[in-house]
Write a protein that binds this ligand. Sequence first.
Ligand code: ZN
Length: 579
Amino acid sequence: MLPEPAPNLPRTVRYSHYVTEILDHAGIYYELLDHEPLDEYLDHLKVLVTVGEGVFPESSIQKLKDWVECGGAWIGVGGTCGGDDLFGVEVLPPTWSLGKIKSGTLGEGYLQPLNETHKTLEHLAIPLHFFGGMPVRANGAEELASVLDAHYRPTNRSALTINRAGDGVCMLLAPDLTGTVCRIQQGIGMTRDGVSAPDGTASIEDRVGKTDDGAVLDWLQDRQPVDDVEGFSAFLQPIADQWRELFLRSIFHVCTLHNISLPLIWLYPRALPALGEISHDTDLCEAPKALSMMKVVESAGIHTTWCVILPGYPSEIIDAIKAAGHELATHYDAMTAGCEWGEREFTDTVSKLTEMFGDSKPITNKNHYLRWEGDTEFFDWCVKNGIEIDQSKGPSKSGNVGFGFGTCHPYFPVDPDGKLIDVLELPTLTQDILIVAPRELSAYLAAGAAKHHGIMHLLFHPAHIEKPGVADALTEAINLGKDQGMEFWTARNINNWERARRSIKWQGWESTAAGARCCLSASREMKQATIMWLSGDKRTITIDGNQQNAKVLERWGFRFAATDFDISPGTTYLAEITE
Ligand SMILES: [Zn+2]
């Protein structure tokens, strides 16, 4: 990560350190480098990723050039660091300035693939919305993707380039990867209503502060029509996840070119391709409908997350939910008359529900009506109250269902200064199918979450479960997820698994005559965790010298050798891949 420019100076990348959140979630092996003595690191590096802009000294550029030409791979994000010739690009200055500001900015736009079948881009269905970056034009490099401006007009700018230099390769991702991912996932801080969809399907101008007022995706370019539902469009592409994936694919692409075996801890146990989650907001607290809902999810054979609103269910219903193996969570009401938005009120809600739940301390929250105010203050309230995963980012209206916050993965948000906040956010993709969104949407969400190895999280209110067709629509959505290979987990289990994954440490990667090896350890237990190696033709995996049952899987468009094993906390394992 290049140092951030001083305040009041332009920058091409925001929250550059968020690249570690992207890599940690992906679970891949990497080392963080201090950029100052970069020259000294190069000898043992195979792939160098730089995030941000700054000019390396001429001596470093010469060393980098030698390193690349001898087979190194350099991926630049939002900056060339003075290596324009290596990247084969020309950096574009501002169109006008009084001389002080030399570097341009990319502003808002879309990455438009030019080579749609290239490994780094084949997961994209529509041009990819971005915010910020480095304006460049290919000058010798192959241009894999160009830039459309914010109004979808072509420009002479390049979004993704690849350049061969000697035996090495340099790729430049010009848009601001980290700033874009954060902005789309979290939206912007809000103090008033957003702007409604022009087709009238999402009237978010409603005098209620809610998460979708801060959403930044575009009603026209980022939504797509849903087949067989005339006039209905939804966010069908998880744009932020696709940015993360484009970055990962770039890493995998250069590793494949150079036959580098890269290890990772897969997202889920047993190499599951994706997960599902069903949550229930218990608005109105009607006991008979709670029992109806329990019957439906029990017959589907899944456990679900019950976000309980005050005054709550009678104790026999709470006990029944718990006894059936479901999760009890909080549903903070700052909507009903007399219920205010505020830290004191939220704390009071959590403490009342904690008491109601007996020995099950809630760690999951969703806000009633997906209420939200301000920027990330609410996440801080979650941390203070022991809430480890929130699910309030989501659609309040029919026309903004789907991947409106660009992601179906749990992520750690950043505060306005870029500091990571210790609460996971897993967005809600839609409220009640059949009531809020058409039944046809379910297949899109199942396929989209599966394709991007995320989590299809759907909200179904018990208040609607007895309405005609709703129980069938819920069962159908679950079955569509299962058809994609999903297991359905509670938010609590998703949180615990993700946090256990984050405790993994990879250390000491080295190539060997027949492949590569790397040590890993974790501070939390993980049963049937899946270790994968980006491996080319290699497919024999050993752990501490013992050969494992391995299979070859395709993930993110690349082939991996994979094996499952139980990780005990505090133990260091030697993982190895060979022919
Ligand atoms: Zn509610």
